[in-house]
Design a protein around this ligand. Structure first.
Ligand SMILES: Nc1ncnc2c1ncn2[C@@H]1O[C@H](COP(=O)(O)OP(=O)(O)O)[C@@H](O)[C@H]1O
Ligand SMILES: [Ca+2]
Length: 497
């Protein structure tokens, strides 16, 4: 009897241990699941109020992961109907109303429980910069109206403002390098690593009213006005960033039109070699000169008309553009971009986005094409007649189709003769997205304002770490396995001993 009691006790002990380990395993699983569930997807959104139009970008990231390590993605984009907010001078409340459709879509997309935790920003760029130079009261009024609308939604509104050209350039640069994991990478061994120098890309942004160039030069930036210092994940970057106000492609075209109008006065018709043969455009002088980017003629009647007759002369178009972009003057600095603006020599690889991409993509030159191919493609495009073009591209908006010739030449003048990419042409890639996320300043802006790129390296991992969880499971399974073996031995040997 004594001999049989011992295996029985041992058996009970083993069964108890087995039960406890099973309970522990279940608890670990439940704990892990609740850790995951309690950090639901987070959202943030930014309105890009550009000179030509406004777009909403909605971003998301998993709330249970470190939110500072390259995992923010774009959930949706929404194009606001109509022109940019700076066009609402006569009807400022219309600027606010125009945002409603996209805000309604965002409200339906973000789960209701997350609405109040979703930050919303509106950043206005060069169109509003120009309006505030022309009439600050009007630009303030428009910002007040868009603020009213944004505040009427259940989101966490964090401000509507005009961002500086320097910010616009720097945030575009941050967006690209964040998406390409140029700042920090998660390695296989679970450590955060800093990618090799040279993997950081420069950013080229062409808008309608301004254009930006941002990159890390080889040598330190000499001019404090174009130096942008950043510390991201404990690494310091000294960025060169410059924004050319009035040198977006739409304002540059106005400069060309003003130049042509001036040289043809008093005639009210003038040839425009950047427009296709067969395309004529009649404008009021106000359409050209109502901008701080062009000097008004004297006398000046804003209602007087001028007609541009397209001649489709590619070579002449290019040489005229050099009259509105000064690529020769560099008297104060050893190196310049254009218009005598300081710029160190370009360095490394670049992404060119926004209107750089739209133009080159339309011409079949994105993401890359050799210089001779680019030049011959632009020539053949510019030399096409308008009738032939419209037949070939019935679905492309007229305002884009008629401007691609000018835009393409303008791009070549600023890239090659302005920024001096001639010998580094193959370093430029014309891109719209990285993965499914658009390239532009909005993501960098949101990452910065929500502190999602810390200046120091990420250390804390929220929730149960994978390695810790694996160790726990391994331990529980091991104990379970050991108990079963002991139980088996006892069953076989117990009663006979
Ligand atoms: N599909 C397209 N094809 C050609 N150009 C486009 C297309 N979509 C947008 N654009 C142009 O891209 C530019 C975008 O500039 P925008 O962001 O509005 O101005 P800014 O950045 O100067 O405030 C505008 O000139 C606009 O006409
Ligand atoms: Ca823009």
């Amino acid at each position: 009897m004594k001999l049989q009691l011992k295996p029985l006790l041992l058996g009970v002990a083993v069964v108890a241990i087995t039960c406890m380990t099973i309970i522990a395993l279940i608890l670990t699983l439940v704990n892990r699941q609740s850790a995951e569930l309690s950090y639901s997807t987070q959202y943030g959104m930014v309105f890009d109020a550009g000179s030509s139009h406004t777009a909403l970008f909605l971003y998301q990231w998993p709330g249970n992961k470190e939110n500072d390590t390259g995992i923010v993605s774009q959930t949706l984009t929404c194009d606001v109907k109509g022109d940019g907010i700076s066009s609402y001078v006569a009807n400022p409340s219309g600027a606010g109303q125009s945002l409603r459709e996209c805000l309604d879509i965002a409200r339906a997309t973000v789960p209701a429980s997350q609405h109040s935790k979703t930050p919303v920003y509106l950043g206005a760029t060069a169109g509003m910069r120009l309006l505030s130079l022309q009439n600050e009261t009007q630009s303030d009024e428009i910002l007040k109206e868009v603020t009213k609308t944004l505040q009427s939604y259940p989101f966490d509104f964090r401000g509507a403002r005009i961002i500086t050209g320097m910010e616009e350039g720097a945030y575009g640069w941050i967006t690209i390098n964040y998406l390409l994991e140029g700042f920090i990478k998660y390695a296989f061994d679970g450590k955060w690593i800093h990618p090799k120098a040279g993997t950081i890309l420069g950013a080229l942004d062409l808008g309608g009213a301004s254009t930006q160039i941002s990159f890390i030069p080889k040598d330190p930036v000499n001019d404090p006005q174009s130096a942008f210092a950043l510390q991201l994940y404990s690494y310091r970057y000294k960025l060169y960033s410059h924004s050319y106000l009035c040198y977006g492609k739409d304002q540059a075209l106005r400069k060309l039109q003003a130049y042509l109008q001036n040289t043809s006065r008093p005639s009210s018709t003038v040839n425009n070699p950047c427009y296709h043969k067969g395309y004529n455009l009649t404008l009021k002088l106000g359409d050209i000169y109502d901008s701080p980017c062009v000097v008004k003629p004297t006398p000046y009647d804003p209602l007087a008309q001028i007609t541009f007759l397209g001649t489709g002369d590619s070579a002449l178009c290019m040489s005229l553009i050099e009259k509105v972009v000064d690529v020769t003057n560099c008297s104060f600095y050893p190196d310049c971009g254009f218009n005598g603006v300081y710029q160190p020599p370009v360095n490394g690889e670049f992404f060119a986005f926004s209107a750089y991409f739209y133009t080159f993509d339309f011409l079949g030159l994105a993401p890359r094409a050799s210089l001779p191919e680019v030049n011959s493609t632009i020539d053949s495009y510019c030399n096409m007649t308008w009738d032939a073009l419209v037949v070939e591209h019935p679905n492309v908006k007229v305002k884009y189709l008629r401007d691609y010739c000018f835009s393409a030449h303008y791009i070549m003048v600023i890239l090659i003769k302005g920024y001096k990419f001639e010998t580094n042409w193959d370093k430029i890639s014309f891109q719209k997205q990285v993965g499914d996320t658009d390239i532009g300043w909005t993501l960098g802006y949101m990452l910065n304002l929500t502190n999602m790129i810390p200046s120091d390296r990420p250390l804390v991992v929220i929730g149960v770490q994978n390695s810790q969880w694996a160790a726990e499971v391994f331990f529980v399974v091991f104990i379970l396995f050991l108990s079963l073996i002991i139980l088996g031995i006892l069953c076989v040997w117990g009663p006979t001993s």
